[in-house]
Structure formats: C-alpha cells, structure tokens
Design a protein around this ligand. Structure first.
Ligand code: GRF
Length: 205
C-alpha cells in the first residue's frame, strides 16, 4: 500500500567500541530490525571505534564536540530527518529538554537489571564492579526508554545473565554484552519503532 511509512529514520548515539551499534547493524541486515532504518551515527568521542564500524557499513557518522553539543546535535538530526534515537554505549548525559522533546522516541541499553546498579555514576565497567563487589549471583541488561532521570525511563526488555564464581568485572561485562545487550537492544529497537509507526500511522511529528 503506497503512502504508509514502513520504517523510521533512526540515529544511534555512541561513545566507545560500538559493539551494540554493530549488533543493530547486523540485526537490520538479518531483518530482525525492519521498522527502523539506521541513517546516522553520532559520537561524543572522536576516537570511538564505533565511528569506524559506521564507516565500514556506510552509515553517515559524525563526532560532535562538547561545546554547544545539543545545538549541533539538533542540526544533524534535522539534516537527516531523524524520527527515532537509540543510545548504544553513549556516555553523555542529555538535557531534560532534549529528553522531553524526544519523549517515547529515544531508548537506551544499560548493562544491569535496573533498578540495580543504575543512575548517576553507574556506567561501563563501574556497573559490573559494583555487582561483583555486592556478591550478586545474577545480573544482566535492560533496554529502557530515556527520560530526564539517568536510566529512569520505563523498562522495555530485560535479560538475566548468571554471575560465575570466578567472574571479574571484565568477564562479566563481556558475557552480559554477548548474551544480553546484543540481543535485547535490537529487539527493543524493533518493538518501539514498530509501535511508533502503528500509533502514528507512520506519521511521526
Ligand atoms: C556497553 O556495556 C553498554 O551497555 C554500556 O557501555 C558499553 C558500550 O559498549 N552503556 P559498546 O560501545 O556498545 O561496545
């Protein structure tokens, strides 16, 4: 049927190695993601390997430096007609105004079972160090909506991963990425993009 939008122009925000971006790229290629089209990658770090991953997959990618970050970001999002945002290892805190403007159209992956080990100061390896320190037997990852509270938005998907006796923060981080993050972020991206298309008959304001 002509006229019905089939996918949302989607931007992925990164800061590091980009393994979650790669999972999104691979999921789009395999047809696991059909309702979101990866059109743009934005990095807060000029040296992020995620930028190289975008280049290899021929996705336009830009580093945006700190000064007036959100002003420059808004320009890029308009330039590429972005309708949906996925944070994939993105370490910069977005302003409450930005989060409000993108309410229900921005999601994130966090490497713990929220509400455990989340919020201010809990990012990257720190999350897993705290988990090991506490003696947890189970951890995992959470895909959630982004709002003005760090890691505070509604939960979309979670996947649990066992913490092994001999785990350290690095081994736990690797297993959670492999067994949880790289599965639930693509799944959550498809769920939310599909819902946005259905709820708005494809017209995203
Ligand atoms: C991942 O563990 C993610 O959950 C966290 O930061 C890490 C980024 O990894 N936010 P990558 O850049 O996706 O490889």
């Amino acid at each position: 049927m002509s006229g019905i939008k089939k996918s949302l122009n989607t931007a992925v925000f990164v800061s590091g190695g980009g393994s979650n971006l790669q999972a999104l790229i691979d999921a789009e290629k395999k047809g696991i993601i059909r309702s979101a089209k990866l059109c743009l990658v934005i990095s807060s770090n000029p040296d992020a390997y995620a930028l190289e991953r975008a280049r290899i997959s021929e996705i336009p990618a830009f580093y945006i430096e700190g000064a007036e970050f959100e002003k420059k970001l808004d320009e890029r999002l308009r330039e590429f007609n972005i309708e949906f945002i996925v944070l994939a290892g993105f370490l910069k805190i977005l302003s409450p105004d930005f989060c409000l403007k993108w309410k229900n159209r921005i999601i994130n992956i966090h490497p713990s079972l929220i509400p455990a080990f989340c919020g201010k100061g809990f990012y990257g390896l720190k999350v897993h160090e705290a988990c090991i320190e506490r003696g947890c037997k189970i951890s995992g990852a959470t895909a959630h909506y982004v709002n003005h509270i760090p890691d505070g938005g509604a939960i979309i998907l979670q996947k649990a991963v066992s913490v092994l006796e001999d785990d350290d923060a690095q081994s736990l981080q690797s297993r959670i990425m492999r067994e949880a993050e790289w599965q639930i972020l693509p799944q959550a991206t498809e769920i939310v993009a599909k819902k946005l298309l259905e709820d708005n008959n494809g017209e995203i304001s």
